[in-house]
Every structure is written in structure tokens, then in C-alpha cells.
Design a protein around this ligand. Structure first.
Ligand code: CO
Length: 228
């Protein structure tokens, strides 16, 4: 059996097992999705989102890319974010990075002449390093430097989320979602929360959207403008 054929046969076995356990499982799922969580994780094959939190189909809306980045000009993650927040109305967004991340390790080295596109994708992480260079360079080993940058990068992505109009509008109008930054340990399989931003978090004014005009246009939102 070829390696990809194993995937197809495993899929048949999985679907059969699910159906045996609950005959309505797929029929129910096919109707709609109402996940409570948006997960933004690394593409790394060792950090399979649903498996590490024992989630079932329908529980998490998922976006993964190299080094779990939320880049404010990337229409891919922005589209996922907008759909998750505006249509699915998720209550929590989890940015999950992991120790030993290859993308972070690469960002700490010189640019590869072969992976020119990947270099560009990692450019923001180089900026996170540049802004925290003294702290990271003071660490004794490459492993420690990579792992600290992993943590700082997760915190940075959570901040970037809070700087988007999508999050600020949802915070302002619906008091959700809560933003979480978690890090996963490849060597122990455990998640560790690093940062949580609740919808009442004060945002740095230079990243703040002004919703005052929107309040004036929406009578239902007047109670908000009267607070000011
Ligand atoms: Co990674």
C-alpha cells in the first residue's frame, strides 16, 4: 500500500467508527457549524490542533501557517478571522505556537537563498527579535533563544489581533471574543497559557479604531456613545 493510500483507508475506518458510535454524527455536522473557538496555529505536523485538545469535528475553526502568524496585511488569515468573528461569532481566539518551532529558528538565522518566499513570511518574526534583541541574546543557548522568541512571537500575534478592526468592532459591539496566546511543548505534549486579552483591554491609541461615527449612525448603539 502506498503512503497516501493508507490515509484513504484510515479515513474509511474512521468514518465507519464514528458512524457506528453515533449514526447521526455526520448528518448533524453536515447541517451547520457553530464552533466556539478560532485556532491560529503553526503548520508543524507535530502540533495537530484538534488532537492535542481532544476536540471533535465542529468544535474549532482553524487557520494554520508557518509560525502561527497573524499578519495584518495577509488576506488569508484576515478572511478566516473575519468569518470566524462576524459569521461564526466565536467566543475565543487561540494563537498557539510551540517550542522548537522551525519557523522561529529560521527567523533567527540568515536568509536562505532558496526559500525566498518563506523568508518574506518570516520577516515579521525578525522584527520581533530585533525589538527584543537584548533579552534574547542574553540567553545562553540557541534552544533558549528560539524558545523565548517563540513566546514573544505568540504575544505579538495576539497584539496584532487586537489591532485589527475586526476584533475591535466585535469587542465594542458584542464584548467578545477573548484572545489567548498559548505555547505547546513538543517534548511533553502540554499547552501553557502565556497571555489573555479580554474584550475590555485598553488598546494602544495608535492602533485604536474610532467607532464614534458608527455609533451615531446606529440608533441601537446609542447607549455606547452616551457613555462618552
Ligand atoms: Co512551528
Amino acid at each position: 500500500m502506498k503512503s497516501f493510500e493508507k490515509l484513504l483507508s484510515e479515513n474509511k475506518a474512521w468514518a465507519r467508527e464514528k458512524k457506528a458510535h453515533d449514526p447521526e454524527f455526520f448528518a448533524q455536522l453536515a447541517k451547520t457549524q457553530k464552533p466556539e473557538f478560532l485556532w491560529i496555529g503553526c503548520s508543524d505536523s507535530r502540533v495537530p490542533a484538534e488532537i492535542i485538545v481532544n476536540a471533535q469535528p465542529g468544535e474549532m475553526f482553524i487557520h494554520r501557517n508557518i509560525a502561527n502568524q497573524m499578519i495584518s496585511t495577509d488576506f488569508n488569515c484576515l478572511s478566516v478571522l473575519q468569518y470566524a468573528v462576524t459569521v461564526l461569532k466565536v467566543k475565543h481566539i487561540i494563537v498557539c505556537g510551540h517550542y522548537g518551532c522551525g519557523g522561529i529558528k529560521a527567523a533567527l538565522g540568515r536568509q536562505s537563498s532558496q526559500l525566498v518566499l518563506t523568508n518574506k513570511w518570516l520577516m515579521h518574526i525578525k522584527d520581533v527579535y530585533r525589538l527584543n534583541r537584548a533579552e534574547i541574546d542574553a540567553l545562553p543557548t540557541e534552544e533558549a533563544r528560539v524558545n523565548r522568541l517563540v513566546e514573544l512571537n505568540i504575544q505579538e500575534q495576539v497584539q496584532t489581533l487586537a489591532h485589527t478592526s475586526i476584533i475591535q468592532q466585535a469587542w465594542h459591539e458584542e464584548n467578545r471574543p477573548t484572545l489567548h496566546g498559548w505555547v505547546y511543548g513538543l517534548d511533553d505534549g502540554l499547552l501553557k497559557p502565556l497571555v489573555t486579552l479580554y474584550p475590555d483591554t485598553e488598546i494602544d491609541p495608535i492602533f485604536k479604531y474610532d467607532y464614534h461615527e458608527a455609533d451615531m449612525a446606529l440608533p441601537a448603539m446609542k447607549f455606547v456613545s452616551s457613555r462618552r
